[in-house]
Each structure stands twice: as structure tokens, then as C-alpha cells.
Design a protein around this ligand. Structure first.
Ligand SMILES: Cc1cc2nc3c(=O)[nH]c(=O)nc-3n(C[C@H](O)[C@H](O)[C@H](O)COP(=O)(O)O)c2cc1C
Length: 327
């Protein structure tokens, strides 16, 4: 059987591989993405979801965190959030100037605050609005554009067909599909059949997303016929994962890092974050979102997480890590 790892053609860009590191709010700013590039080589990685209002009306805040690119990272997809075509058009021009390699619109976020603003997954039942939003991006940038959606899943909502039509008509360059309904938590199995529906319903490349964490789950996602895959949570705390998966698919061996090395990565991540945010306090607050992923194999993981919540300085945090990431 031929390898599913192939070059990925999206609009006017070609990437050497078809595995992407996806967007994760509270995690995927520049220090996280730099690590992904140091230890793997994804096709590209994504920013956290960036509100167009923040980008346009609080540019200082956006420039301090959301739109910063690390000189040592590869291509970046800027993910935007909006429900207003005009605002999105302006934001698209802005992130293109800032060096976005691709631009994605979030149409899957289930968070109440985002849905309440008419953005994220609330757009899924508004195919005409989605059409206008994609057009607003297409008309204001030369880089490939996409939307990232959830699916009908097991819900009563039906929108898969209409969204496929809107995405095709509006001329998106690719489509990212997370195989769950927005009401479904991560304990509900990903709907591969609905990802496959999109693969068959649209002519543009589809990127499959949901629960990819190892060789088996990677093969299962590629079996939908998707052109590429996107990794979410499994890439956090395992920046080497994409390289490991590619090695395994190619039947090459891969030397996993030791627990001590993983601890050093976590310290590096938080240190870089404190430089980016110019604040140890904010870096440690943000580290609460992702330390648990680094601590997957730590004995007394719960104990570690509880204690990290009490760290007020990077020095305390570093000392704590040295105590737990010891094997
Ligand atoms: C903490 C967290 C933050 C997320 N933030 C975003 C986001 O900003 N934009 C987005 O499109 N999806 C976001 N997602 C969804 C992921 O990108 C992905 O679709 C989902 O986790 C399923 O993939 P996985 O099973 O590989 O993790 C987030 C998920 C988590 C757990």
C-alpha cells in the first residue's frame, strides 16, 4: 500500500507533508509552534483563534501575543473569528500584511461567548453567511483560505450538505472538518463517515481532524480519503509527534524523549512564553492549560498539576518540574 504521507496542495501553496498542527486557544501561540517546528516538521501550524475585533481595535494586545511569529517556525495559518464580512475582509488584509501563510475562519467553536456573538459553530446553520465570509477572505488575500467546521454528528441539526455547497460555491481553497457536532464532547466518538461525506461532496482538499494520537488513529483518518490530517490535543506536550508518526508510517524507528527531556521541554515552553508575554505570572497562568499534557506519563500527575497551580515564579515552576520529571 502506498504511504498516506504526501505533499499537500492547498490553493497556490504546496507543503511537503500532509500533517498539520491545529489551533488550540490558550496554547498555540508562537512558543508552542516553535517547539512543533524544532521537533517535527508539520505542513504548517495554526495560531489560536483570533477575534477580528481584537485584531482591528486592540492591535497592541493582538501584536503582543496572537499575531507574533517566531523566526524559527515554518508556515503559519492565522485563524480568525468573526460573523461580519466587512470586518473579516479588513482583518484578512491585516493578517496577510503580518505574514499569514494561510487564513482560516473558525466555524466550529462551541463556546457560549463566541456563539453568542454569532461566530464559531453558530455559523454552521447559516450557509449564506458562510458563503459571504469566505468571499470576503478570498477577495482580500492571495494566500489560501479555509474554514474549520464541526459536523452534524448525532445531533438533530442538519447542515453538512448546505455547508459543502456554500464552501464550494464561495471558492474556499480547502476545508477542515472536525468530526463531531458542536454539542458533543471529546468522549463522543469522531464521525469518520461525515468527514468522508465532505471528502466526496467537495472538490477542494479536505483536512480531517479528531482524535489522532498514534499510527492507528492516523490511518483511520486517512481512510476517509482526506487529503491531509490535523492534530489537536495530541500535539501538546509532544512536539515530536508528527515526526514520530511519519517515521512509523515509513516503518522507521523513532527514539522517544525521556521524561527528563520532556520536563526540559515544558520549562523551555513556559520560559519562552514568559518572554513573549513579558510576564512570568501570565505565562504560568497559561501553562495551566497545557502542563497536564506534558505530564501524561508523570507519576503523581494530579499532585504535579495541583502544585503547579501554586507556582508564582518561573524559578518555583522549574524546581517543581525537576522534582517530577525525573526518570
Ligand atoms: C484547549 C482547546 C482549545 C481549542 N481551541 C481551538 C481554536 O482556537 N480554534 C479551533 O478551530 N479549534 C480549537 N480547538 C479544537 C481543536 O483544534 C480540534 O479541532 C479538537 O481538539 C479535535 O482534535 P483532537 O482530537 O486532535 O484534539 C480547541 C481544542 C481544545 C482542547
Amino acid at each position: 500500500m502506498s504511504s498516506p504521507i504526501k505533499p499537500l496542495h492547498l490553493g497556490n501553496r504546496t507543503f511537503p507533508v500532509n500533517i498539520i498542527q491545529g489551533p488550540l486557544a490558550g496554547v498555540s501561540c508562537a512558543p508552542f509552534r516553535r517547539l512543533a517546528w524544532q521537533y517535527s516538521e508539520p505542513a504548517f501550524s495554526c495560531t489560536e483563534m483570533i477575534s477580528c475585533k481584537t485584531l482591528l481595535y486592540q492591535p497592541k494586545l493582538a501584536e503582543q501575543r496572537f499575531t507574533v511569529k517566531d523566526p524559527n517556525e515554518g508556515p503559519v495559518c492565522f485563524q480568525l473569528s468573526s460573523n461580519d464580512p466587512q470586518e473579516l475582509a479588513e482583518a484578512t488584509r491585516r493578517v496577510t500584511e503580518l505574514g499569514a501563510d494561510l487564513i482560516d475562519l473558525n466555524c466550529g467553536c462551541p463556546v457560549k461567548k463566541i456563539r453568542g456573538k454569532g461566530a464559531g459553530s453558530s455559523l454552521l446553520v447559516q450557509p449564506e453567511k458562510i458563503y459571504q465570509l469566505i468571499q470576503a477572505m478570498k477577495q482580500n488575500t492571495h494566500v489560501p483560505v479555509s474554514i474549520k467546521i464541526r459536523v452534524e454528528g448525532n445531533s438533530d441539526e442538519t447542515f453538512n450538505l448546505e455547508i459543502a455547497q456554500a464552501v464550494s460555491d464561495a471558492g474556499a481553497d480547502f476545508l477542515v472538518v472536525h468530526g463531531r457536532h458542536w454539542t458533543e464532547g471529546y468522549d463522543i466518538p469522531c464521525r469518520y463517515d461525515q468527514i468522508q461525506f465532505f471528502v466526496e461532496a467537495v472538490k477542494i482538499p479536505v483536512i480531517g481532524n479528531g482524535d489522532i494520537k498514534d499510527h492507528e488513529s492516523l490511518k483511520k483518518m486517512f481512510a476517509t480519503g482526506c487529503a491531509g490530517v490535523m492534530i489537536g490535543r495530541a500535539g501538546v506536550g509532544q512536539p515530536w509527534l508528527i515526526r514520530q508518526l511519519i517515521a512509523e508510517i515509513q516503518q522507521e524507528s523513532y527514539q522517544l524523549p525521556t521524561l527528563k527531556e520532556i520536563g526540559a521541554l515544558l520549562i523551555d515552553h513556559v520560559s519562552q512564553l514568559s518572554i513573549l508575554l513579558n510576564s512570568e505570572k501570565f505565562a504560568l497562568l497559561q501553562a495551566r492549560n497545557f502542563s497536564k499534557y506534558y505530564a501524561r506519563t508523570v507519576e503523581n500527575k494530579i499532585d504535579f498539576i495541583q502544585k503547579m497551580h501554586q507556582c508564582h515564579t518561573l524559578a518555583q515552576f522549574t524546581q517543581l518540574c525537576h522534582g517530577y520529571f525525573t526518570l
